[in-house]
Design a protein around this ligand. Structure first.
Ligand code: GLA
Length: 395
């Protein structure tokens, strides 16, 4: 059964048969450019073929009822009550988005919405952004006016910043909204300029592996990194007054001005961001030139920088990374997403995939006592209505 069919079936069993509409928003894997988005730098994510389906049936009484195939907890509230956060549950993600839509002037007649996803939650593949954006495209489709995808993307970020309390950047919802099958997205996070870059991997495969580690304190440490970047940048600005944000500081300028940052810890954080931005642009060039080995080397450098300078990896991600790069046929590997657990992304020759899997699983288990989980996914299109048209689905 496809994800969409499973979602339709689950909707019927909870809310009963009738006409509905079906929407999908993907998760993302970031290929390189980590912890750069909130400093106005570059990121290089791609949308997955895995994500979140939302089945929606509009109501007319202003009531929202939300259910999920993953969590038992359901939510029910009136459109004018959405400002209040309830508990710590999954429903905060759609609710935060509904709140943003209301603030942007959406009419919001109310709806029954069922969510079904095939992304592992808390794995750093943007399941939360995909829930937010699935909510956005679904509710925007009920409105008379046309909503721009970029506006919905920004609302997802604002919902996470203001309602959920994570000071995340724009990358995750952007990748979920602007994805294109077979392409990565070279995104400039300050200007929100982007281009799709074909992912011609020839004999190589992108493999995503989950550490199977629950992310601990990830949100507070994420916010802490963000604060460190802001503080470091304020110090750097004394020497580089023309710099608009950290993302605008190139490697040469950084070499000359870094003494302005007084704490060695903040210097390390900024070194990561500046060098990572350069690696993103070099990665795009390597991919365009078909130089996958170069791209793989840049992935490894990125991991080292996130480990040594940004300090967001931890023993599980490092163990997965080390196990991967020892296997012949693996030419690149790195953590992906916020870090502190979550997943790695690996570039592996197709003939080496089986031995890679076996060796990585064995070594990782021996070192950490945890089972690595391989997640298969293609690179797919961005958020959309499925089967868009006159006819609604009947279920
Ligand atoms: C999380 C955030 C993103 C980005 C990454 C790190 O996924 O949601 O905005 O900062 O971490 O690159």
């Amino acid at each position: 059964m496809s994800g969409g069919e499973a979602a339709l079936e689950a909707f019927t069993s909870i809310y009963g048969p009738g006409e509905v509409r079906l929407f999908f928003a993907p998760g993302r894997v970031n290929l390189i450019g980590e912890h750069t988005d909130y400093t106005g730098g570059y990121a290089f994510p791609a949308a997955l073929t895995r994500g979140t389906w939302a089945v929606l049936r509009p109501r007319t009484d202003g009531v929202f009822r939300l259910a999920s195939t993953r969590f038992a907890e359901q939510a029910e509230f009136k459109a004018d009550e959405v400002g209040r956060r309830r508990g710590e549950g999954w429903a905060n993600f759609p609710q935060g988005m509904i709140r943003e839509l209301a603030a942007a002037g959406a009419k919001l007649p109310g709806a029954d919405i069922l969510y079904h996803g095939d992304l592992p939650s808390g794995a750093g593949l943007s399941s939360s952004a995909s829930i937010g954006l699935a909510t956005g495209v679904a509710l925007a489709a009920l409105e008379d006016r046309t909503w721009r995808m970029l506006d919905l993307i920004q609302m997802v970020q604002q919902s996470e910043n203001r309602f959920i309390g994570v000071q995340c950047g724009i990358m995750d919802p952007f990748a979920s909204g602007m994805g294109k099958a077979g392409h990565a997205i070279l995104l400039h996070c300050r200007q929100l300029d982007y281009r799709h870059v074909p992912l011609q991997l020839r004999d190589y495969r992108l493999l995503i592996i989950h550490t199977n580690k629950v992310r601990e304190l990830a949100e507070s440490r994420y916010n802490e990194r963000r604060r460190e970047c802001e503080e470091g940048f304020q110090q750097l600005r004394r020497r580089l007054p023309e710099a608009t944000d950290l993302g605008s500081v190139g490697e040469e300028a950084w070499q000359e001005a870094q003494e302005a940052v007084t704490s060695p810890q903040l210097r390390k954080r900024l070194t990561h961001v500046v060098t990572e931005n350069a690696r993103v642009l070099q990665s795009e060039q390597a991919l365009i030139a078909g130089d996958l080995h170069r791209f793989g080397e840049l992935m490894k450098e990125s991991h080292h920088s996130l480990k040594e300078d940004y300090e967001v990896t931890g023993p599980e991600l490092d163990s997965l990374f080390e196990a991967a790069i020892q296997v012949p046929g693996c030419i690149g590997a790195r953590m992906t997403g916020a870090g502190f657990g979550g997943c790695t992304v690996n570039l592996v020759h197709r003939e080496a995939v089986e031995s890679f899997r076996q060796q990585v699983e064995e070594q990782y288990f021996a070192e950490t006592g945890r089972q690595a989980v391989f997640h298969e996914s293609g690179i797919g299109d961005g958020a959309r209505e499925i089967g868009k048209g006159e006819q609604a689905w009947r279920c």
